[in-house]
Write a protein that binds this ligand. Structure first.
Ligand SMILES: [Zn+2]
Length: 265
């Protein structure tokens, strides 16, 4: 596959690129922006991608707020399928993937401020990383539409949801919904604020297979760069953005590159 000639430096093609990235990461104060590429590491197709959840289920009957009232059985069946995929990956021995395990290791070594996760599968949290801001919520969390209580999806959730059975709130008997952003909904403010806090004063922004063409994510690399930080990207990312911030790009499979980046720190 040919690449545009104005690509930023690619560490996997430039001798010493991986070493340079390793030196930068070793300085700590790393904030991670994780996207679809990290989810794919765990063998899950992002819901919006071809072959993903919203390709297999009609979003208008499952993934918009109105569907919760108009076509609840369809919606909960789709949620059940997604929860089932996510739980299968999170129960895997050793974590959802080698890349997830490497992220956990980065935090254990005290080098990581936090992970801004753009995925709704909840796998970064499931892999044991403590500082996670899920920008779009997660499928394994529920909230009550009536009393607003939040809770984890119960153990029998997959079976019930797959049967098209909408769960009820244990506190008020009201209507529950997944605590994740559906189409036509805004991104919640709390995770964004946490992410902004980590990004401020970060030494390095490590982008893992994340598309940052849309606001507010689009601004994060620029902000980190303007404040004197580095940008290192692994996997598929927006080449034009990376060029703007003169980021270091290590291509290849995240399940290989992230563990090898972290192995010798
Ligand atoms: Zn309730």
């Amino acid at each position: 596959m040919s690449e545009p000639t104005d690509d930023p430096p690619q560490a996997d093609q430039a001798p010493g690129g991986l070493l340079r990235a390793r030196d930068i990461i070793a300085q700590g104060r790393v904030v991670v922006l994780a996207g679809a590429g990290l989810l794919r590491c765990a063998g899950i197709q992002p819901p919006e991608a071809p072959g993903g959840l919203w390709d297999r289920h009609d979003p208008l009957r499952c993934a918009v707020p109105a569907a919760l009232d108009q076509t609840p059985r369809d919606a909960w069946r789709a949620f059940g399928e997604y929860l089932s995929e996510a739980r299968r990956a999170s129960r895997r021995i050793g974590g959802p993937s080698a890349a997830h395990r490497a992220l956990w290791s980065l935090e254990r070594r005290g080098l990581l401020r936090g992970v801004m996760s753009l995925s709704t599968a909840g796998l970064v949290r499931a892999s044991g990383v403590e500082q996670v801001a899920e920008f779009f919520g997660a499928i394994d969390r529920l909230r009550c539409r009536d009393c607003r209580v939040k809770l984890d999806a119960p153990d029998d959730a997959e079976r019930r949801w797959l049967a098209g059975e909408p769960p009820r709130c244990h506190a008020c008997g009201g209507r529950l919904r997944p605590d994740m952003v559906l189409f036509e909904e805004a991104m919640p403010r709390v995770p964004r604020a946490r992410g902004a806090q980590w990004a401020y004063g970060a030494r390095t922004l490590l982008i893992l297979g994340a598309n940052v063409r849309k606001p507010p994510m689009r601004n994060i690399p620029l902000e980190v760069r303007q404040e004197g930080g580095h940008v290192v990207a692994l996997g598929d990312v927006d080449a034009a953005m990376l060029k703007r911030v003169r980021g270091l790009w290590i291509k290849g499979d995240l399940n290989d590159t992230l563990p090898s980046l972290i192995a010798e720190l």
